[in-house]
Write a protein that binds this ligand. Sequence first.
Ligand SMILES: Cc1cn([C@H]2C[C@H](O)[C@@H](COP(=O)(O)OP(=O)(O)OP(=O)(O)O)O2)c(=O)[nH]c1=O
Length: 213
Amino acid sequence: MILLESGTGPPPFRTVRPLVLASSSPRRRELLTLMGLTFDVIVSGIEESTGRVFGPPVELAARCAREKAEAVAELFPDSWVLGADTVVALGATVFGKPADSAEALRMLAQLSGATHEVISAFCLVNRSRRMIETRSVTTTVRFKRLSPAEIRSYVNTGEPLDKAGAYGIQGMGAFLAASIEGSYTNVVGLPLSEVLDLLVECGVVAPVAEERS
Ligand SMILES: Cc1cn([C@H]2C[C@H](O)[C@@H](COP(=O)(O)OP(=O)(O)OP(=O)(O)O)O2)c(=O)[nH]c1=O
């Protein structure tokens, strides 16, 4: 769950063209919904990039985000399809989602006391318009030094298992991060500010208040 703060008025944006989110991530869905967007959710079935290919993390994430969006766009050629992928990079080592608790323990032990980057790439496709745009955002996160007991206790919560780098900054994993530099929502899986920029540029969403000239 992400911190949800609701105001007294309508949310700030609305969807004005058919939008499909090509993602199984509840966080991505929640972030877009928080902004007021409406969309269909279709899961691409594309597996994440890590473990498959080697290369710079930004390229891995970008390729995977694009594959997810393109797979769903084939089924919905007239819609605007958004895909995303998040990876954690500790130097040259790229972490996706841990396969099990043992891998989560290993990932968190490596991240302990160190600074890593969280990269989320997102891709917007509209097949019938032959439009495809991929962008990425990087956030730097520094973890405090963790004791083995802290790592084990956190892994036992079950929270790390479906998350890149084996943690969720928006959840109980909040205690792990001593500092963060850059977009917070990027760590959670979708850099909202940059995603909204692209959706507004493409005319897919608009702010709810009328433009005044
Ligand atoms: C680092 C971090 C990652 N994550 C999540 C975001 C992503 O959902 C997930 C990374 O896996 P992804 O493969 O990017 O996404 P996903 O498998 O959840 O969903 P889909 O491929 O269908 O779009 O890790 C957090 O929720 N909090 C965090 O602090």
